[in-house]
Write a protein that binds this ligand. Structure first.
Ligand SMILES: *[C@@H]1O[C@H](CO)[C@@H](O)[C@H](O)[C@H]1NC(C)=O
Ligand SMILES: *[C@@H]1O[C@H](CO)[C@@H](O)[C@H](O)[C@H]1NC(C)=O
Ligand SMILES: *[C@@H]1O[C@H](CO)[C@@H](O)[C@H](O)[C@H]1NC(C)=O
Ligand SMILES: *[C@@H]1O[C@H](CO)[C@@H](O)[C@H](O)[C@H]1NC(C)=O
Ligand SMILES: *[C@@H]1O[C@H](CO)[C@@H](O)[C@H](O)[C@H]1NC(C)=O
Ligand SMILES: *[C@@H]1O[C@H](CO)[C@@H](O)[C@H](O)[C@H]1NC(C)=O
Ligand SMILES: *[C@@H]1O[C@H](CO)[C@@H](O)[C@H](O)[C@H]1NC(C)=O
Length: 508
């Protein structure tokens, strides 16, 4: 039962965050965070269905240190320490007691009512000794444990996994940056454990060196504890649990947070504007019951991956989205109740690889600015109230760029640009259930006529193209030629600049 204190080489490796695949990431219930960043595969359905992904990371990656985090100087330079303990080959050292700090008095262990504590000297250090009652007290609150993991939470070997042992499943240790000789719990990963507990308060907030907490697919509920006093904390995954109520305000002040995943819970109500000012690289709020407008602070987000899909958000996509152009790569608005006109400003977010606003009530023509999305691989606008011509400049993104999937079905487009024809044939472009004469599988003419006759659906058309498009000259002239060509049987304002409908184009 004595630990061997093994000198461990911390191989700095695996830049999961900064070296992420540029390909898509579709969070699913059973796809916890690390695989997300390497996940390839554009399956929209992963948002709904979920494909179990093996937890590769924790086989090898024991814990994570944010080397620069201590003083908040953190900007994507996360380094993952891969600890490779090797009991087998390492020299045996004497058991260590009193290694750091004050010698813990046995009395510090009483009070959780969790049976006799191991002797103080049995712990590697005083930090671990102090964590023992925290874990035991939490263990007593657990009401279901289908995999029996909590039966391994006994004895003094809290860092068992560091030495490839089998005790304390879910707890991972490393040396914190400010005490680099003291092994302590740096990461708690309960992904897929299915544990039930009414609260995490008094548990994760009691691990002073905790860097990440992953709890995908458990049944935790209650409030999210205040973690502001944890200097290294940067990754919080509470996805697919039993959390409810309003947005957990306690996460808002977490200045070092890089990853926040609240998807697949039962949160409801508005998302506080400061959430979009968090420093996170990835923000997943999908599959909850959030409602209200997406705040204009949206433009402050520094996230690379941002998913608000499958909620009840209303109002327009904020025009402030232009302000995310330095960082935003994949954004999923799909399946909400968003309305208003499709903002021109989306075309300014040059690094967008995935833009998905399908299944909303967004109106208007596609702004020609979308032709500037040179990195776009997937654009989904299916199931909205878009109309006009599918712009040639957007279809050219497939010919000259990276676009592989342009989903525009279930809208009211009346025609497609010249280069779009071949995309329809190659099935990159889906324009089923629109109003395109002569195309198969379109809406009934009467439905189209009614739509085009309704001025409340009309948005201004902005022909400006805010970038140089090779081979595309005189955008204004060309736009003028194509835009007013609404074939609409009963258009009331037959010019390009239509009165705005009830919703503004996109807030600001
Ligand atoms: C622990 O597991 C890692 C990864 O499989 C391995 O490299 C290392 O040698 C193992 N250490 C011991 C003590 O078995
Ligand atoms: C460990 O702590 C105990 C209790 O404070 C003390 O009596 C003992 O001398 C310490 N041992 C070492 C090796 O420091
Ligand atoms: C540990 O910390 C000491 C003092 O802060 C420093 O001199 C030393 O280089 C550190 N060692 C490692 C491996 O980081
Ligand atoms: C949470 O508990 C409910 C009710 O017991 C169960 O149906 C569900 O599968 C559990 N969820 C997880 C992720 O374990
Ligand atoms: C889910 O949370 C509710 C309270 O919001 C609680 O009554 C219920 O027991 C929880 N379910 C599980 C399986 O823990
Ligand atoms: C743009 O983003 C910065 C932070 O990157 C923020 O301070 C500013 O308020 C944002 N402006 C708008 C209009 O969103
Ligand atoms: C294209 O995207 C749509 C909507 O996201 C999706 O339903 C469809 O399966 C995708 N098509 C291909 C070939 O990936």
């Amino acid at each position: 039962m004595l630990h061997l204190c093994v000198p461990v080489c911390l191989a700095l490796a695996a830049q999961y965050v900064s070296g992420v695949s540029s390909r898509s990431l579709y969070p699913s219930i059973f796809t916890p965070y690390p695989p997300l960043f390497s996940a390839i595969g554009a399956a929209q359905d992963k948002i709904m269905a979920g494909v179990p992904v093996p937890l590769a990371r924790h086989a090898a990656v024991v814990a994570v240190l944010v080397l620069a985090a201590a003083h908040g100087a953190l900007c994507g330079h996360v380094e993952f320490a891969v600890a490779r303990g090797s009991n087998a080959n390492a020299p045996s050292l004497p058991p260590v007691a009193n290694v750091t700090g004050a010698a813990a008095a046995p009395s510090s262990l009483v009070g959780c009512g969790c049976g006799p504590a191991p002797a103080p000297w049995a712990f590697l250090n005083a930090k671990l000794q102090a964590l023992w009652p925290v874990i035991q007290a939490f263990k007593k609150t657990i009401t279901c444990d289908p995999l029996g993991v909590t039966s391994t939470w006994e004895g003094p070997e809290l860092c068992s996994s560091y030495f490839n042992g089998t005790k304390y499943k879910g707890f991972y240790c490393d040396y914190p940056p400010n005490a680099n000789t003291t092994l302590t719990v740096a990461s708690i990963d309960f992904n897929g454990f299915g544990l039930c507990a009414p609260s995490l308060t008094g548990f994760i907030d009691q691990f002073p060196d905790l860097a990440l907490f992953h709890a995908n697919s458990n049944n935790f509920s209650g409030d999210v504890p205040d973690l502001t006093h944890l200097p290294f904390f940067y990754e919080l995954d509470l996805s697919n649990n039993n959390f409810s109520g309003s947005f957990p305000d306690t996460v808002v002040p977490l200045g070092n947070l890089l990853f926040l995943d609240l998807r697949f819970n039962r949160y409801a109500g508005a998302v506080p504007p400061p959430v979009f000012a968090l420093t996170v690289e990835a923000l997943f709020l999908n599959n909850n019951g959030f409602d209200g407008r997406i705040p204009d602070s949206f433009g402050s987000t520094g996230a690379k991956y941002l998913v608000v899909a499958n909620n009840q958000f209303t109002g327009p996509i904020p025009r402030s989205i232009y302000n995310t152009s330095a960082t935003l790569s994949e954004v999923l608005f799909l399946n909400n109740r968003l309305s208003g006109c499709l903002p021109y400003e989306i075309g300014l977010v040059e690094g967008l690889a995935v833009f998905d606003a399908g299944g909303n009530e967004i109106a208007g023509p596609i702004p020609l600015s979308f032709g500037c999305l040179r990195d776009a691989e997937e654009i989904n606008l299916a199931g909205n109230q878009l109309y006009g011509q599918v712009p040639d400049v957007v279809c050219l993104l497939a010919k000259n760029g990276k676009l592989q999937n342009l989903s525009l079905s279930e809208n009211f487009f009346h025609s497609v640009g010249y280069h779009c024809m071949e995309l329809v044939r190659s099935r990159v472009l889906d324009v089923r259930r629109n109003c395109i004469l002569g195309f198969p599988d379109q809406r009934p003419a009467i439905e189209c006529a009614a739509f085009y006759a309704d001025p409340s659906k009309h948005c201004p058309f902005i022909p400006h193209i805010p970038c140089d498009l090779p081979g595309y000259h005189h955008p204004a002239a060309k736009a003028a030629a194509t835009v007013p060509a609404l074939p609409a049987p009963a258009v009331e304002h037959g010019h390009g600049h239509r009165p705005q409908p009830q919703g503004q184009g996109g807030g600001n």
